[in-house]
Ligand binder design. Structure first.
Ligand code: PEP
Length: 250
């Protein structure tokens, strides 16, 4: 019922021309993929990548977005600017935005609402730090992030939202949550969606795992009942590794 969804977050990597060349390779290599695919280049490469992925099976994503529509917000990028470049998905609530740039659950909620108003799909990231895991606060953190992030969002909009569970201690560290540990948090997240909305909404919610996903761990992670895809950072920057992840089921 739920389709696998594999997304690549390129973070602050690649110039516009490097990104265009890489996107060309991805389009060719992934044209027969059976999963939903998205790549999120940096803002400065969105235009060049947009022209390459248009009309293909790869969706164009942005890594962030302003919570305002326009105006005096130096350095920010609005949803209309993204839509103008054929961006259809935006990643919101990434731990690097939360931790390095101080984004709060309230701000992320505003961004999610504005993105929905504008017709964008969202990859909504949640996840605990190592300290929170070691002090047994995983469920508390996930509950707060999901409840506040989705506050005021009607069930009819949930089909535009994918949740990405990304334990912060597993991002870019080479440490991956064991498939079983990750699945437990995914199942808990799904139960939260059921409590907040309905069992039907929970069963339809696509929940990606993120945190050092690589070709050699993707299959086992994806075989877990509540893991429906991956948000990939480092391994999304090389054709061989992203191809192997995107085609994990082949
Ligand atoms: C990410 O930043 O979303 C991520 C999962 O990174 P990595 O795959 O490098 O751990």
């Amino acid at each position: 019922m739920r389709n696998y969804y594999i997304a690549g977050n390129w973070k602050m990597n690649m110039t516009a021309s490097e990104a265009r060349d890489f996107a060309e390779d991805l389009v060719e290599e992934l044209k027969n993929a059976s999963v939903k695919l998205m790549i999120a280049p940096p803002y400065t490469a969105l235009e060049s990548v947009s022209s390459i992925v248009r009309g293909t099976n790869i969706l164009l994503g942005a890594q962030n977005m302003c919570n305002k529509e326009s105006g005096a917000y130096t350095g920010e990028v609005s949803p209309d600017m993204l839509l103008d470049l054929d961006v259809s998905v935006v990643i919101l609530g990434h731990s690097e935005r939360r931790i390095i740039y101080g984004e709060t659950d309230e701000l992320i909620n505003e961004k999610i609402k504005l993105a929905l108003d504008k017709g964008l799909e969202i990859v909504f990231c949640i996840g605990e730090t190592l300290e929170e895991r070691e002090s047994d606060k995983v469920e508390q953190v996930v509950r707060t992030q999901v409840t506040k992030g989705l506050d005021g969002i009607p069930e009819s909009n949930l089909d535009k939202i994918t949740i990405a569970y990304e334990p912060v201690w597993a991002i870019g560290t080479g440490k991956t949550a064991t498939p079983d540990d990750a699945n437990q948090v995914h199942a808990f997240t799904r139960s939260l969606v059921s409590d907040l909305y309905s069992d039907e909404a929970a069963q339809q919610m696509v929940i990606q795992y993120g945190g050092s996903v690589k070709p050699d761990n993707v299959r086992e992670l994806m075989s877990q009942k509540d893991i429906d895809g991956a948000l990939v950072g480092g391994a999304a920057l090389k054709i061989d590794s992203f191809r192997a992840i995107a085609l994990f089921s082949k």
